[in-house]
Design a protein around this ligand. Structure first.
Ligand SMILES: Nc1ncnc2c1ncn2[C@@H]1O[C@H](COP(=O)(O)OP(=O)(O)OP(=O)(O)O)[C@@H](O)[C@H]1O
Length: 265
C-alpha cells in the first residue's frame, strides 16, 4: 500500500559542505531518501553527523547544497516559498520575539502563514490550553523557562496545520507530561496523514514513535528501516544498542573512567 504512494520528500545525492576559512568540511556525502506520506521518520546519528544540516536544507534554510530535493512535488531550489507554506519547522532552540506575549507572538505567526486573522485567536486559545499555557498567555516571552518557550515553539510550528513537520530535538526542556502529550500529538498527526521528520538523540522516544528509522553517520545513511526490521538484522534489542553498534561508539564505561581520571589527576 505504502509502496504505491508517491514520495512526499525525495532526496537524491544530497551533499553539503561548509567552508571554514580555507578548509572545506563536507558534512553530507550523498544522502538518497524517498519518504512516503503519513509516516514518522526518526532521523538519528552521532553529534556532528549532519542531522540539523539535513533538516535545515529540507526546510529551505540552507539553499547552498548539491543534489536534488523535491518536497510535495516541488523542487526545493526553485519553489522553496511554495514548500514553506506546507511545512512546519520546530528546532531545538529558536529566537522568539521576547517582548511579545504568546498570544501576540502566535497571532503574528498565524498571520505570516496567512491564516484568516479572525480564526487565529480561537486556534491559539485551544492550543495554549492543550499545552497548559493558558495562564501564561499574556506574560512576556522573556520571562519564560526553556520548556515553556519550547511549547510556544511547538505550537507556532503546528499552527498553520502543515502537511510535513520537521522537528529537530523538539522535546528539549519539556517535562515528562509534556513529552507524553507531544508524543501522542505526533502519533495522532501521522494517523491523519501528516509526515513527521523527527531528529533526536532520545533513543527510546525515537524507537517508540517512528515508523521508519534512518541512522546517519559521517554524512551517510548507515541504516534505514523500521525498528523491527533493523532489530531483526542486528538483534541488538534496543535502538540505543543498535546506535552504538553501528556508529562504533562502544567501551563507554572505560571512556567514563578515563574522563574521571583526567579530572582527578
Ligand atoms: N554554520 C556552520 N558553519 C560551519 N560548520 C557547520 C555549521 N553548521 C554545522 N557545521 C558543521 O557541520 C557538521 C554537522 O553539523 P550538524 O549540526 O548538522 O550535526 P548534527 O548531526 O545535528 O549534530 P548534533 O547531534 O550535535 O546536533 C559539524 O561538523 C558542524 O561543525
Amino acid at each position: 500500500m505504502l509502496e504505491k504512494l508517491p514520495a512526499i520528500i525525495s532526496i537524491r545525492n544530497l551533499e553539503k559542505s561548509y567552508q571554514n576559512g580555507r578548509i572545506e568540511n563536507k558534512v553530507l556525502k550523498g544522502i538518497d531518501l524517498e519518504i512516503k506520506p503519513g509516516q514518522i521518520i526518526g532521523y538519528i546519528g552521532p553529534n556532528g553527523a549532519g542531522k540539523s544540516t539535513t533538516v535545515k536544507i529540507l526546510c529551505g534554510l540552507l539553499p547552498d547544497f548539491e543534489g536534488d530535493v523535491e518536497i510535495l512535488g516541488f523542487d526545493l531550489r526553485k519553489d522553496a516559498t511554495e514548500i514553506k507554506k506546507h511545512i512546519g519547522y520546530i528546532p531545538e532552540n529558536a529566537a522568539l520575539y521576547d517582548t511579545l506575549t504568546p498570544r501576540e507572538y502566535l497571532q503574528f505567526v498565524g498571520e505570516l502563514h496567512q491564516i484568516n486573522p479572525n480564526t487565529i485567536p480561537t486556534k491559539i486559545e485551544k492550543l495554549l490550553d492543550l499545552f497548559d499555557m493558558k495562564d501564561h498567555a499574556d506574560e512576556r516571552l522573556n520571562s519564560f523557562s526553556k520548556g515553556m518557550r519550547q511549547k510556544i515553539l511547538i505550537i507556532s510550528g503546528l499552527i498553520h496545520n502543515p502537511k510535513i513537520i520537521f522537528m529537530d530535538e523538539p522535546l528539549s526542556g519539556l517535562d515528562a507530561n509534556s513529552v507524553i502529550i507531544v508524543k501522542e500529538i505526533l502519533t495522532q498527526l501521522a494517523k491523519e496523514g501528516k509526515t513527521i521528520f523527527y531528529s533526536s538523540h532520545i533513543m527510546d522516544v525515537v524507537e517508540k514513535i517512528s515508523d521508519r528509522i534512518i541512522l546517519i553517520d559521517q554524512g551517510k545513511v548507515v541504516a534505514d528501516g523500521s525498528f523491527a526490521v533493523l532489530n531483526a538484522k542486528d538483534h541488538s534489542g534496543s535502538l540505543e544498542k543498535l546506535f552504538t553498534e553501528l556508529t562504533g561508539t562502544t567501551g563507554h564505561s572505560a571512556k567514563a573512567e578515563q574522563i574521571i581520571n583526567a579530572f582527578e589527576n
